[in-house]
Design a protein around this ligand. Structure first.
Ligand SMILES: [Zn+2]
Length: 297
């Protein structure tokens, strides 16, 4: 199961609370689902737990049953829940202060969300119907998608009022609200009732940061090793030059010793050569520089 569908399962395990909250959650679902019009309601989801929650939610909110509420997904692997009955639709419209008849531009009636508990229930419903969250292994990203521009703008300001810092954009004909910061996604999931998923995101983040730190360390060690080898090759070339020009034999004993050790092992770090000769690394460093200098003369 994807991270997103796990988060939705966690949300669906939560009890459907007070009637006011059921009403608000259903409102979020309806404003973010596939179809919500006077001709009917159509909610399409791949999520089995959500498909099972919806009838209970609508029962509690409006005392209304779905005309179609399949217990198994259709051929396409999706659950399609429908209400076409005019009387049921009228009750639902009524609950949100919407007039029946004529095309309505859907918008979020903040009057429906009386209390703070209801505001978060609304967001939960919107997320269940029109939201998704990316696996934190890939990136930190959560979005809410609706075809209704006004609903998007009003949900945006609701989120601001709730202390979030959402962003918005358009994709095709859809209006999107999204979060792309790990702490924002975490806070959002916690607030709407998925604290375990939020914790999972936090853990994934810590793990990723640790892995990155280790990788940086390994890369850094690699870079150092490469540098050591490069330097050793230059030192060897210098020693060869000194030998070919006949200068080598007349060099001070200490420098000759150092050069011999380098010739014996072209991968030995300077610290190792220093240890073999029982002197400091900086002394060896100095002698190597001297060798390079003499060879360049
Ligand atoms: Zn409430």
């Amino acid at each position: 199961m994807s991270f997103s569908s796990n988060a939705k399962s966690e949300l669906c395990r939560a009890e459907i609370g007070k009637r006011c909250c059921a009403n608000a959650e259903a409102y979020g679902v309806l404003l973010y689902c596939n179809t919500f019009s006077q001709h009917g309601i159509k909610i399409v989801t791949e999520h089995g737990d959500f498909a099972l929650r919806l009838p209970k939610l609508f029962q509690k909110a409006f005392g209304v049953t779905f005309d179609d509420a399949p217990s198994a997904p259709s051929d396409g692997g999706k659950f399609v829940l429908r209400i076409r009955d005019r009387e049921k639709l009228a009750r639902i419209f009524d609950a949100y202060g919407m007039r029946e008849g004529g095309e309505v531009t859907l918008h979020l009636n903040r009057g429906v969300l009386e209390k703070p508990c209801c505001e978060l229930s609304f967001i939960r419903g919107a997320f269940l119907a029109g939201g998704s969250v990316t696996d934190p292994e890939k990136r930190y990203y959560l979005e809410l998608e609706t075809t209704h521009m006004k609903v998007c703008a009003e949900t945006f300001s609701l989120l601001l009022d709730l202390g979030f810092s959402p962003r918005d954009m358009q994709r095709g004909g859809d209006a999107l609200i999204y979060f792309n910061q790990s702490d924002q996604v975490e806070d959002f999931l916690t607030a709407i009732g998925a604290p375990l998923s939020a914790m999972g995101l936090m853990e994934a983040k810590v793990e990723k940061e640790m892995r990155n730190a280790i990788n940086r360390r390994v890369n850094c060690d690699d870079a150092n090793a490469t540098k050591t080898v490069d330097a050793a090759q230059q030192q060897l070339a210098a020693i060869r030059k000194l030998r070919e020009s006949g200068v080598f034999e007349s060099l001070p004993e200490q420098i000759k010793q150092t050069a011999l050790l380098r010739e014996q092992d072209d991968t030995a770090p300077l610290a190792e050569i220093a240890a073999m000769l029982g002197v400091s690394k900086s002394a060896i460093n100095h002698r190597m520089r001297k060798i390079m200098e003499l060879a360049n003369r």
